[in-house]
Design a protein around this ligand. Structure first.
Ligand SMILES: [Zn+2]
Ligand SMILES: [Zn+2]
Ligand SMILES: [Zn+2]
Length: 263
């Protein structure tokens, strides 16, 4: 299985417009200025593409989806997993129409996520909408238990992300992917047991955040899951790729946009 990090940023992306409006004067570690020269510090909204024999599976489709497809030259998408319905994870969905010309694409997510997608983009699902090139052909399936997808089993992991109901991470074989979370119940944590490749939320160094893990918490959770490899994602401009790496264990790293790894 090949994993490509399409985006590794938090909901604002890096650099965030807010930082630009202040001429980057308040940027915590100079990350946003560095992002102009160094792609490891330029972070679009979090999403990954997984590829294995006969399958190309996207997890989340945020506002940068179009740019990510062009940058990575993605030829096809066979299925989409949605972690949750926040704007930074679903507002690229209209652009998936380019991949649905020859076949509809199935979407999978929690009942809550699927309901929010259908509410956010009613024209996609309204049978009265005239058929045309502007309408993605999407089917939706609400899931809350493991399901088969192209010879692999996908296990939804329910995580706590502020007040949002139906926020998932996903386990697929050795990989566990959790872009947004604050905490996880013991029963759900058990489902991560045996993960060898972990991709985990890591918003900033601190202070604690109501809906996201911060660096210290991310490191502690990663150590508890104890994979062979861990990449942190969904980062703000407070995480500096070189400076903050010094505090990571050797098997941890910060991901960057465009990184591809074999699992
Ligand atoms: Zn997010
Ligand atoms: Zn900044
Ligand atoms: Zn979120």
């Amino acid at each position: 299985m090949t994993l490509t990090f399409l985006g590794t940023g938090t909901s604002h992306g890096v650099p965030p417009i807010d930082c630009m409006l202040q001429q980057y004067a308040s940027c915590p570690q100079g990350v946003c200025r560095q992002s102009m020269l160094d792609p490891k510090h330029r972070r679009t909204r979090s999403s990954i593409l997984l590829r294995w024999e006969g399958a190309s599976v996207l997890i989340d489709s945020g506002p940068d989806f179009r740019e990510q497809c062009l940058r990575e030259n993605i030829p096809d998408i066979n299925a989409v997993l949605i972690t949750h319905s926040h704007a930074d994870h679903i507002y690229g969905i209209p652009d998936i129409r380019s991949y649905t010309r020859h076949h509809p694409i199935p979407f999978f997510g929690s009942h809550e996520s699927i309901a929010k997608i259908r509410y956010a983009f009613p024209y996609i699902f309204d049978p009265e909408t005239p058929v045309g090139g502007g309408i993605p052909r999407i089917t939706t399936t609400a899931v809350d238990a493991p399901f088969a997808l192209f010879d692999h089993t996908v296990i939804p992991i329910r995580v706590n992300h502020l007040e949002l109901d139906g926020c998932f991470g996903f386990r697929i074989g050795p990989l566990s992917y959790i872009p947004d979370m604050k905490s996880i119940a013991p029963d759900e944590l058990k489902k991560l047991s045996g993960t060898t490749f972990l991709v985990l939320n890591c918003l900033r160094r601190g202070p604690p955040h109501p809906s996201h893990l911060t660096l210290r918490e991310s490191i502690e959770l990663a150590r508890a899951i104890a994979p062979q490899r861990c990449y942190f994602i969904h980062m703000s401009h407070d995480i500096h790729y070189e400076l903050d790496r010094a505090g990571l264990d050797p098997w941890m790293d910060f991901a960057w946009d465009g990184l591809s790894v074999e699992i």
